[in-house]
Design a protein. Structure first.
Length: 359
């Protein structure tokens, strides 16, 4: 791992060797989880232009190059030191499981603090799973919305009361700082980064090749351990599918509940248990995704897209897209229209974007 010995291009220094690509540094520590390091390389490393050119260059780094212990029965050789952080456009901090890591007590070891001090002020930074403890101990999450693995949320709240922890979501973005829930939620976060940088078409292509859903419904609340439900308990999956087939129609909560032959109160409770959000919130997110798809892939006018996505009016679409993505429909279309991913692949640093609600 990370034994890239390619000669750097003229005028380009450090561990990154491909000028023009978005540079990603994955900061690992002793006790790293191999799957989490692999997520960043697999998802971001597989994002490509229509011509097949890679859009990201991903390198792994540590506070000191060398052999790192993992949670498996092998070590990992990391060729790059913290200098990679200074050159990165995006930094990703996965989890690490080591009993002696003091960051779990709310403070960073000196070497780790010094390494994070190399991250530029405009660099986007993200964590996977309990990597959020590192960002919080560094003060990067103060006053921001964040998440981490549900099993660690109580400890996180006690250590970092200034962070607005949301224990129910799969990932969060608050300005340039992103966090994700446990392990596999790192896939959701990395796909979100690809969508933000290069559009849904590129992210969907990565998801198809990885054989994962491009967007998972709900949050991590659905994975929290709960008592075994009654055998007679019903799912709300049929109502969700029914709604997806009728997004452009007015859909009342009572209509969705009727599909499952439930009362509105029971349906709402079970829906939240299964997805981690209210039916209304879920419906808005599905309509936003439908609008994004139409803006990228069709020539339809904004008024028509608003109708097809179920927002009714262009003003309503603009309002919801602004809240969800921090951008207007016309600006989104200009950025992510089919073919724009190829142009975006040569842009170097990109803005992190506005806060995006987690799935």
């Amino acid at each position: 791992m990370c034994k890239n010995r390619a000669m750097p291009h003229a005028g380009f220094h450090g561990p990154f060797t491909r000028p023009g690509r978005h540079r990603v540094a994955v900061l690992v520590r002793h006790g790293l989880l191999p799957i989490e390091v692999g997520i960043a390389h697999r998802i971001l490393g597989d994002a490509r232009t229509e011509a097949g050119e890679r859009l990201y260059e991903v390198v792994t780094c540590a506070t000191e190059p060398g052999e790192l212990r993992t949670t498996a029965d092998f070590t990992v050789h990391v060729a790059h030191g913290p200098e990679a952080l200074a050159a990165a456009d995006t930094v990703i901090v996965p989890a690490a499981h080591e009993r002696d890591e003091t960051y779990l007590e709310g403070r960073l070891p000196p070497a780790l603090a010094a390494a994070l001090g190399r991250v530029g002020p405009g660099t986007r930074i993200a964590s996977i799973c309990t990597g959020a403890f590192v960002l919080a101990a560094a003060g990067l999450l103060d006053g921001r919305r964040a998440t981490t693995h549900w099993a660690s949320c109580d400890r996180f709240r006690a250590l970092f009361p200034r962070v607005r922890l949301d224990a129910d979501v799969l990932y969060t973005q608050d300005g340039r700082v992103l966090t994700s829930a446990g392990v596999a939620a790192g896939i959701d976060l990395c796909l979100h980064l690809v969508r933000t940088d290069f559009g849904a078409a590129v992210a969907n292509g990565v998801a198809r090749r990885t054989v994962v859903p491009p967007h998972r419904d709900g949050g991590q609340a659905q994975y929290v351990e709960r008592p075994v439900p009654s055998p007679r308990a019903q799912s709300t999956g049929r109502a969700r599918q029914w709604a997806l087939e009728r997004l452009k129609e007015p859909l009342a909560l009572r209509d969705l509940a009727a599909v499952e032959s439930m009362s509105v109160r029971t349906f709402t409770r079970r829906f939240r248990e299964e997805t981690g959000m209210s039916p209304q919130r879920w419906l808005i997110l599905q309509r936003v995704e439908r609008a994004r798809q139409l803006l990228e892939e069709s020539d339809l006018a904004v008024d028509r897209i608003a109708h097809e996505a179920g927002f009714g009016t262009a003003a309503s679409l603009r309002r919801h897209l602004q809240v969800a993505l921090g951008i207007s429909p016309s600006a989104y279309r200009r950025t992510f229209r089919a073919g724009s991913a190829t142009r975006a692949g040569h842009g170097g640093r990109r803005a992190a974007g506005a806060a995006v609600p987690a799935g």
